[in-house]
Design a binder for this molecule. Structure first.
Ligand SMILES: Nc1ncnc2c1ncn2[C@@H]1O[C@H](COP(=O)(O)OP(=O)(O)O)[C@@H](O)[C@H]1O
Ligand SMILES: [Mg+2]
Length: 311
C-alpha cells in the first residue's frame, strides 16, 4: 500500500464575485508515493503545489478525486489520516502567546501523545532550538519560527513528513541543519514529500520527482532518469549587452551569465555565431552537464518552445 495516493484530484476555486470565472487550480492529478520515498513536488508559483498539500492535510476539500494516507481517506477518515502526517505549512502560522516548548507540548497533546519530553528535547536539539525553548514565539525571527513549525510537525513522529517550501527565505545554516535531520528521519523509514524552489536541493535529496504546471502533472520520474532525459549539455558564457532575441528565447539568464541548452556542436556554433553577429563578445565560455534546473525549464517550456529556435 502506498504511503500517499493522489487519485484524479481536481480542485476548482469558486468565482470570487459574480462575473469572474471559477479557477481550476488542480486538474486530474494522480500519483502515488511509496513508503520510505523522498519525493519532490516541483512547479512554478501558482502551479497548485500548496493546494494539493492543503487537500492532503484536510485543510481544503478536493472538488473531485480522492487522497489516501496509508489507505486512509483524508476526508472520510480524517483523524487517522491526519495522525500519520506531519505537515510543515508554507505560511508561518503560530500562536504568539506560548513559548517554543509549550507550543510543542500543546501539539503533542493534540495528537494524544503523552510523556513526549525526550523526543521534544531531541527535536529542539536537532533543529538548533535548545536555547530558544523558553522564548516566546513572537520574539523569534522568521528563520527560528520556521524551525519551530518543523518541530511541531514532527512532534508525534508521523510516518509521512510533508514540507511545503520549508527553506524559502531561510539561511544556509538552517537549510543544512534541516536537511540533515530530515534525511536522517527518511533513512529511518519516514516518507518525505517536499516542495521547494531550490532545485539543487530537490536534485540532491529526492529519489523521485513530480512536476506540476498550471494544475496538471507534466512529469513523474526518478530524479536520475529526469537528469538523463535532459538536453545533453549546457553552453554557459558571460555577456555584456542585450542578448539577441533568438538566444534569449531559449536561454536561462542570471545577471551576466547566459546558459543555453545544446544538443551538439552545431548548436554551440550557431549560438556563438548569433552572439558574435550581434557585435557581442561571449566571455568565459564553457560547457557543462545539464542539472535539474535545466530539466525543469525544459519541461515547463515544452509547449512554448519551437525546435530550431536558435537558427
Ligand atoms: N483560496 C483560494 N481561492 C482562489 N484561488 C486560489 C486560492 N488558493 C490558491 N488559489 C490559486 O490557485 C493557484 C494555485 O495556488 P497554489 O496551490 O498556492 O500554488 P503553488 O503552491 O504551486 O504556488 C494559484 O493561481 C492561486 O492564485
Ligand atoms: Mg505554494
Amino acid at each position: 500500500m502506498p504511503a500517499l495516493s493522489f487519485q484524479s484530484v481536481s480542485k476548482t476555486y469558486p468565482a470570487k464575485q459574480a462575473g469572474t470565472a471559477a479557477f481550476r487550480a488542480l486538474d486530474q492529478v494522480s500519483f502515488d508515493v511509496q513508503e520510505g520515498e523522498f519525493f519532490g513536488l516541483l512547479g512554478p508559483n501558482g502551479a497548485g503545489k500548496t493546494t494539493l498539500i492543503s487537500i492532503l492535510a484536510g485543510l481544503t476539500r478536493a472538488s473531485q478525486g480522492q487522497v489516501l494516507v496509508h489507505g486512509h481517506n483524508v476526508q472520510s477518515d480524517y483523524a487517522a489520516a491526519r495522525r500519520l502526517l506531519g505537515v510543515v505549512p508554507q505560511e508561518l502560522v503560530f500562536d504568539p502567546f506560548f513559548t517554543v516548548r509549550e507550543s510543542l507540548k500543546i501539539q503533542s497533546g493534540y495528537f494524544g501523545v503523552k510523556k513526549n519530553d525526550a523526543w521534544i528535547d531531541e527535536l529542539l536539539d536537532s533543529l538548533g532550538l535548545t536555547d530558544k525553548a523558553n522564548a516566546n514565539m513572537r520574539q523569534l525571527s522568521g528563520g527560528m519560527k520556521r524551525r519551530v513549525l518543523v518541530a511541531q510537525a514532527l512532534v508525534h513522529k508521523p510516518r509521512v513528513i510533508v514540507l511545503d517550501e520549508p527553506t524559502a527565505g531561510v539561511d544556509v545554516e538552517l537549510r543544512q541543519t534541516l536537511w540533515q535531520f530530515i534525511a536522517k528521519l527518511n533513512k529511518q523509514g519516514h516518507t518525505v514529500l517536499l516542495t521547494t524552489h531550490y532545485l539543487e536541493e530537490a536534485e540532491a535529496l529526492c529519489g523521485r520527482i513530480a512536476m506540476l504546471k498550471r494544475g496538471q502533472m507534466v512529469a513523474l520520474e526518478k530524479t536520475s532518469v529526469l537528469l538523463k532525459s535532459a538536453t545533453s549539455q549546457v553552453l554557459r558564457f558571460k555577456l555584456d549587452g542585450d542578448l539577441p532575441a533568438a538566444v534569449a528565447a531559449v536561454a536561462r539568464v542570471t545577471g551576466r551569465i547566459v546558459q543555453v541548452p545544446v544538443n551538439n556542436a552545431l548548436d554551440i556554433e550557431t549560438c556563438l555565431n548569433t552572439v558574435r553577429s550581434a557585435g557581442l563578445v561571449a566571455e568565459d565560455v564553457e560547457i557543462r552537464q545539464a542539472d535539474l534546473e535545466d530539466v525543469f525549464l525544459e519541461v515547463m517550456n515544452r509547449q512554448q518552445a519551437q525546435s530550431g529556435a536558435l537558427a
